[in-house]
Design a protein around this ligand. Structure first.
Ligand code: NAP
Length: 263
């Protein structure tokens, strides 16, 4: 028997990897889907498979989110389609080369996708969620948001932005019925690594998580109400202490005088 609809989830970067697994899991949970990426053939194959398997309505939107006109088309859908209850802001690219070996134009393209597109899509969907008093935004960040020394620094910087934006959105929107979750995957077995020029097979396999396990864990984190979900961090109390200390520090920065150590 078909599940009653939970509304529509729009998933960016749904043609492969993490986004494609979100599509599968959310369709099975009872969401209709709008799948966004550049690869039309992959999106259409996934849409056909999921609508056959689940009976859900699955639409495909081919868009390069680095291109302003394409991005605006997706923003319009988020603004105008009141059936949308969930945005999975997942499309993103990475880099593994250090600063001195990375062409700055590539870095700018990464910023355009990982930051500008993600931000504009959040801005497009949130006013409707607030007006309706309900809605969820899942932003896919990365553990490099907290550990920027691990990979390329601009990549880490884009994901630190995603984490900070998510925390700020949660602060601003929680009492308006809008849920915000930042997901911080560690190394996950997807095309991300070969796209970045460093196939996942070259990583120590004990730090690589299967993509299904990563997404399933992130959805458990969402269901349990987490704002920040780190599937690979086994001792969650470590994060709770880190976050509690950050909250303490947040209240200590304002002062009319510089600290004595600077005099
Ligand atoms: P992936 O398999 O390479 O998927 C990336 C997705 O983004 C694809 O669907 C790709 O589709 C889409 N995409 C890329 N450029 C795009 C563009 N210009 N416009 C629209 N869509 C675009 O990698 P993934 O691991 O699933 O990555 C998903 C997210 O997880 C990213 O934000 C990444 O930073 C994050 N993440 C990944 C890892 C990891 O280890 N894999 C760890 C932490 C965070 P098309 O090529 O069809 O456009």
């Amino acid at each position: 028997m078909a599940l009653s609809s939970k509304g529509t989830a729009l998933i960016t970067g749904a043609s492969s990897g993490i986004g494609a697994v979100y599509a599968d899991r959310l369709a099975r949970q009872g969401y209709d889907l709008i799948l966004v990426a550049r690869s039309q053939a992959k999106l259409t194959a996934l849409a056909n498979r999921l609508s056959d398997a689940t009976g859900r309505n699955v639409e495909v939107v081919t868009a390069d989110l680095k291109e302003k006109a394409d991005l605006l088309r997706v923003e319009q859908i988020l603004r105008n389609d009141a059936s949308i209850t969930l945005l999975v802001n997942n499309a993103g690219v990475g880099a593994v080369m250090p600063l001195l070996a990375s062409p700055v134009d590539d870095m700018q393209d990464m910023i355009t996708l990982n930051i500008t597109a993600l931000t504009r899509l959040a801005y497009a969907v949130v006013p409707g969620f607030v007006a309706r008093g309900a809605g969820t935004v899942i932003n896919i960040a990365s553990i490099v948001a907290i550990a920027p020394e691990i990979l390329n620094g601009v990549y880490g910087g884009t994901k630190a932005f995603v984490l900070a934006l998510s925390q700020s959105m949660h602060h601003e929107l929680a009492d308006k019925g809008v849920r915000v979750q930042a997901v911080l995957p560690g190394a996950t077995a997807t095309d991300f690594w070969s796209e970045a020029g460093h196939p996942v097979e070259n990583l120590p396999q004990e730090i690589v998580m299967a993509v299904d396990e990563m997404v399933d864990a992130a959805l458990v984190g969402l269901a349990s109400g987490e704002v920040v979900t780190i599937p690979g961090l086994h001792d969650g109390a470590q994060w709770d202490r880190y976050e509690a200390q950050r909250q303490v520090l947040s209240g200590l920065f304002g002062s009319s005088t510089a600290a004595p150590r600077y005099h």
